[in-house]
Design a protein around this ligand. Structure first.
Ligand SMILES: [Zn+2]
Length: 469
């Protein structure tokens, strides 16, 4: 190890003086997946979708220096520093690292996937996640610390506290809140432990949610929610920072909804909902006025419409063989599923996302890799295809999945676009996802803080692990 360190130091000083970025020493657990690690890297002849929503640009060069993007511009128009490692990306597209805002660290029965998910996320181009409902916040905090110290490969993690769930209907990993002081106590404790977001859940009452938000804001911590007992507008009035999922978790358009109770809203009711109606527009208006962002999770909604779901062999390969068998059978059954009403509801959910953005709302995306075919990384890629199907341009879909996520997390000064000064979190895709959306799946290299990871090596390393550990 020592001699390696010395060699690295010599190489660094031997290169022309402008290159001062420190050579990092990566442990074998990380190094085995790394294909590019140089003080200065020049990615040339790339098509770039920069994350701002503007049209893709051809034949671009990106200079990475250390952990940051130093320059971006037309190939030939910007200097490639001598000594830089030059990588020709002709025929390839670079997008910012994906920021998954609803990207749990669990799968199937809320089992913690600390072994497989970090590498799977990274392999799919997801370089930052917010866990948005944690089954084990301590494991997430410890995992985050290891990834931040470059001891393990994985995305940057924004750790969420345990779910803030109301009484009744809770899953075994959730503490059912007993009043407002209980909500404050939980928020206090986990904020002090280092979580920076909380997710409220389906049965929470307005009083508990209000108390949790108040306590969180006192500590500079934020709150989002997967709602049901509380409607979107009620949560907005209570000062919530964000809302998860979109339409199919908004119960406020249901006739005769009882306050603080989660109604059973039929698929038909969602299917026929008019997103241009005054009611829906009022929700958007209040969200926009209070700067309440929303997370689109179309890929997990699509699970309820299995007849339209494309079979993804990569999902089956990543799953533990026992679970893969079950999911393969579920895919098969899904082909003949009688789900036309649910598809109609799903399409309204797509229109809801579009209408929210049209009304001035800030939309991010997340995969909710909870179960069945919704797994880490591949779910995020599916979101790109679905957002584009919903009517966003491919560039807008990328923006939703990258720089909008950075804005929502408050990271936009240093993360989320392909531009100078930003952290070098970049995804190299074979092909062009603007023309062929499924090219989002063709991840070749993922740069995280300037280190290039070989996506296929990461992918190989987690085969058969998902659902197991
Ligand atoms: Zn979720």
């Amino acid at each position: 190890m020592k001699s390696l360190l010395r060699t690295a130091a010599i190489v660094t000083t031997a290169i022309a003086t402008p290159i001062s970025a420190q050579q990092r020493t990566l442990p074998p657990a990380v190094r085995q997946y790394v294909s590019i690690d140089a003080p200065v890297v020049a990615l040339t002849h790339a098509r770039v979708v920069d994350g701002t929503g503007t049209p893709a640009k051809d034949d671009q060069t990106i200079i990475i220096r250390g952990e940051k993007i130093a320059a971006v511009g037309k190939t030939g128009s910007i200097d490639v520093p001598s000594g830089a490692q030059v990588v020709d990306l002709s025929g390839k597209t670079v997008i910012p690292g994906i920021i998954g805002l609803h990207d749990h660290m669990y799968y199937g029965g809320m089992k913690f996937m600390g072994a497989s998910y970090p590498r799977l996320f990274l392999s799919a181009g997801v370089t930052t996640i917010r866990t948005t409902g944690s089954v084990d916040s301590y494991q997430e905090l410890n995992l985050k610390a290891k990834i931040d110290s470059l001891l393990l490969p994985g995305p940057g993690i924004v750790v969420t506290g345990p779910y803030l769930q109301g009484p009744g209907g809770g899953l075994p990993a959730m503490h059912p809140l007993d009043g407002t002081e209980d909500a404050r106590r939980m928020v206090r404790y986990w904020s002090e432990e280092g979580v920076t977001w909380f997710k409220a859940y389906t049965q929470i009452t307005r009083a508990q949610l209000g108390a949790a938000i108040d306590e969180a804001h006192k500590r500079g911590v934020k709150v989002t929610a997967h709602l049901c007992s509380v409607g979107f507008r009620e949560a907005v009035a209570l000062g919530i920072d964000q809302l998860e999922h979109g339409l199919l978790t908004n119960s406020e358009y249901s006739n005769g909804k009882v306050v603080d109770k989660c109604p059973n809203v039929s698929d038909t009711a969602y299917a026929v909902l008019d997103v241009d109606s005054p009611e829906v527009q009022r929700t958007f208006k209040e969200m926009v006025a209070k700067k309440v962002a929303m997370t689109s999770t179309l890929d997990v909604f699509e699970i309820s419409s299995p007849s339209r779901l494309p079979v993804d062999q990569r999902v089956l390969d990543a799953l533990h063989p026992d679970i893969a068998k079950q999911v393969a059978a579920w895919y098969e059954r899904g082909k003949t599923s009688n789900d036309s009403v649910r598809i109609a509801a799903f399409k309204t959910a797509m229109r809801f996302d579009r209408a929210f953005v049209k009304a001035g709302g800030l939309l991010g995306a997340g995969s909710d890799p909870c179960c069945l075919s919704a797994i880490a990384g591949y779910g995020d890629q599916r979101n790109f295809e679905l957002l584009t199907e919903a009517g966003f341009t491919p560039e807008q879909s990328i923006q939703i999945m990258t720089s909008n996520g950075a804005k929502i997390l408050g990271f936009d000064k240093w993360l989320g676009t392909v531009s100078p000064g930003m952290q070098a979190d970049l995804v190299v895709l074979a092909g062009d996802p603007v023309r062929t959306q499924s090219d989002i799946r063709n991840v070749e290299t993922v740069f995280k803080r300037g280190i290039g990871y070989d996506a296929s090596k990461l992918r190989e390393s987690v085969k058969g692990l998902v659902g197991f550990r």
